[in-house]
Design a protein around this ligand. Structure first.
Ligand SMILES: [Zn+2]
Length: 394
């Protein structure tokens, strides 16, 4: 268990989310295992109280690193609204729509307030001391994922709101612009990537190695937040290799499913929820390697549209216009396989493009022989997005 705690402290630090000194953590296995960083040690008793008062197995509170700290601070000043009597932050990106809906805001970290908030939501933001609280019902992994998602969602919200403020409230925009520019510089990734294993793969073991390598690279370059994202390949024109749903892309060993391209087998149950989209792309295009990630500023720009139209607020699922960022198509679509899902928008957008951006969600990039091109392409698109974002602020 000590090893598990160490692993997540390391992950939180590696992802640029928080330092061990600013984390308190409690995890109930056979025994109670804890960590209390020096700077937040006095929150530990509250955490213990919450863990005892709820039917959960783990809990994390952290004061996040920059830029998340400054963004959260700013967000608490302008971005809190009241829903059913409680203060909440309401982000608009896909991760949040799927996982949180809204993030409750607590004035102080007390047992009572924390239990109330966490019995409704997976995570909460605390005003004083400024930080994020999240829990897991069966594992510490869940608490880590929720915490990571909260940093993702709140930063995407801040960067998006800032662009909109420029049009609506110039004075406020001027005040927040400095924070935005500083935060953009401090945002982890996308780091430059060296050469990956060259394809095409000779056998399935080689392919699995290529997938593990590419998954780790995506996480290490800051292009996905740990388990959000997926990776696949079409092997010998007949079998799709795809990461399982909810799996960390830097821990893909033993977590890749093999599913027939023609859809005759039902072994795809544990496969990524985006399997139907990957399958359609392989069926209708010549691509053999696909990556899907959530680079933050690309997500922000995909949500930002200057067109005044009747689909505002619903553009992520039914925008009827052709949009692009640096020539890369931007399409609407929800997760799943319903009438407004990405299965109906992403595959056809791949005709004539090696990358497709999904509004408020992320990017798919594709390659023909291996993962080198799709990884480079994703890094390039996020870099271009950050440049464009800076231009839009000036
Ligand atoms: Zn996604």
């Amino acid at each position: 268990m000590i090893e598990v705690i160490r692993k997540y402290l390391w992950k939180l630090q590696r992802d640029g989310l928080c330092r061990p000194e600013r984390v308190v953590l409690a995890c109930l296995d056979d025994d109670l295992y804890t960590w209390a960083g020096d700077e937040v040690r006095d929150q530990f008793e509250v955490l213990k109280g919450v863990l005892e008062g709820m039917n959960i197995n783990s809990l994390i509170f952290c004061v996040p690193e920059e830029p998340y700290y400054s963004l959260l601070k700013e967000l608490l000043e302008y971005g809190v609204c009241v829903s059913e009597g409680t203060e909440v932050i309401v982000p608009e990106d896909c991760e949040t729509r799927t996982f949180f809906h809204e993030i409750p805001v607590l004035n102080r970290l007390t047992v009572k307030e924390a239990i109330e908030a966490l019995s409704k939501r997976k995570t909460a933001v605390v005003k004083s001391p400024l930080g994020i609280l999240s829990y897991g019902t069966v594992s510490l992994e869940q608490a880590y994922v929720s915490l990571s998602s909260t940093c993702f969602s709140t930063s995407v919200k801040f960067f998006y709101d800032l662009l909109v403020l420029k049009e609506s409230e110039l004075l406020r925009f001027q005040q927040m612009k400095e924070t935005g520019l500083k935060a953009l510089k401090a945002l982890p990734g996308p780091r430059a990537v060296g050469s990956l294993m060259k394809g095409p793969p000779g056998d399935r073991l080689e392919l699995l190695g290529m997938m593990e390598e590419a998954g780790a690279v995506l996480v290490n370059t800051g292009l996905v937040d740990s388990f959000f994202g997926n990776i696949s390949a079409l092997f010998r024109d007949s079998v799709i290799f795809i990461s399982q749903t909810g799996v960390c892309l830097d821990e893909l060993r033993g977590a890749i499913d093999e599913v027939p391209l023609d859809g005759t087998s039902t072994t795809g149950i544990t496969a990524s929820s985006e399997l139907p989209t990957h399958r359609a792309i392989y069926t209708y295009t010549g691509y053999r390697f696909l990556l899907h990630g959530h680079p933050k500023i690309t997500v922000v720009l995909s949500m930002y549209c200057e067109r005044e139209c009747e689909y505002r607020g619903e553009c992520y699922k039914r925008c009827p216009y052709r949009r692009d960022l640096f020539g890369v198509p931007v399409v609407p679509g929800e997760i799943g396989s319903g009438a407004t899902s990405i299965v109906r928008t992403v595959p056809e957008a791949f005709e004539g493009s090696d990358a497709v951006i999904v509004t408020g969600h992320g990017i798919f990039t594709a390659g023909i022989v291996d993962y080198n091109h799709p990884v480079q392409r994703m890094v390039e698109i996020e870099k271009l997005s950050r440049l464009r974002y800076t231009e839009l602020l000036s």
